[in-house]
Design a protein around this ligand. Structure first.
Ligand code: PXL
Length: 286
């Protein structure tokens, strides 16, 4: 029988060059059979990671008007997913979206920083308000730098014990979300993506092989695969497994071509993995 694809309102920026945000979220979720409805927060010529003076058109005014239109249409989204925001006012606009779609899956990717440093356009004011979105989220997907920032801790934590990571996961969940997934965690010389499911009191981790290159947009792809997988009915560890395995495949593929890292991962060569949707069970309990 025909089944309507799940619909996601993705509140994120559109960067023209560099394979991040909506440019990768759209194909990633489409390949998983999900309908993505973009709500752009800004249009940028490139991402902010190394291309010099970026051209940025802030779309703060657009978001509440788009929401009003969806309300008039009584349009339903199965999930609202927020990511890169261009102004602190956009926090209010995301809150309005989440409030209106209160029965939809609320995913917050608190895009603020990576490798211990905030992104160029992510101001201290915007960073200080990100917790308001975390409070109302069902699931959040910070990297380790963002996780520390949300908890008011020093962001540069190169190697952390699993005990400390468990405390991060629980403390972040206490702010609101019942699912917390932290990416790029280094512990005992190994790399992991880790997760906590408060309802079932379970901690999960998925190890991965580290490649000596850092590509922009990988956090956006991770959150998209994870969210798509959950919307398709996968369990949390299987969804984390799928997102980690896909990123490992895409990063290793890209690295083999010695491309400019600023161009991000070669998604076009890798989407078949998501379309084929292999059965996976390669996770560990913490
Ligand atoms: O991948 C996160 C991200 C999203 N959007 C923009 C960015 C970045 C990271 O650099 O610059 C515009």
């Amino acid at each position: 029988m025909y089944q309507k694809p799940a619909t996601v309102a993705a509140i994120h920026d559109l960067s023209g060059v560099g394979r991040c945000s909506l440019s990768v979220i759209l194909p990633t979720m489409s390949a998983q059979g999900i309908q993505v409805c973009p709500v752009p927060t800004a249009i940028l010529s490139t991402h902010t990671g190394g291309f010099g003076d970026v051209v940025l058109r802030d779309l703060t005014d657009y978001i509440p008007s788009a929401l009003e239109h969806y309300k008039r249409l009584d349009y339903k989204f199965d999930c609202v997913y927020s990511g890169f925001l261009a102004s602190k006012e956009q926090i209010d606009h995301c809150l309005e979206f989440f409030e209106h779609y209160k029965n939809s899956l609320k995913v917050v990717d608190p895009v603020m920083a990576d490798n211990g440093k905030p992104y160029k356009t992510c101001t201290a004011e915007l960073r200080s308000r990100m917790n308001e979105l975390v409070e109302i989220a069902d699931m959040i997907t910070p990297n380790i730098t963002e996780a520390a920032m949300l908890l008011g801790e020093a962001p540069n934590q190169p190697d952390v014990t699993m005990q400390k990571i468990k405390s991060y996961l629980v403390r972040l969940s206490e702010i609101g979300p019942k699912i917390v997934v932290i990416t790029s965690v280094f512990s005992d010389g190994k790399a992991y993506n880790v997760g906590y499911d408060r309802e079932h009191s379970k901690f999960w981790r998925v190890p991965y092989n580290l490649i000596n290159a850092s590509y922009p947009g990988t956090g956006d792809v991770f959150a998209s695969v994870l969210t798509g997988s959950i919307l398709r009915g996968d369990s949390l560890p299987i969804a984390m497994n799928r997102a980690t395995a896909f990123l490992e495949f895409a990063i290793k593929t890209t690295y083999s071509y010695s491309t400019d890292v600023r161009d991000g991962i070669m998604l076009e060569r890798c989407l078949n993995f998501l379309i084929e949707n292999p059965t996976l069970c390669d996770y560990e309990q913490m």
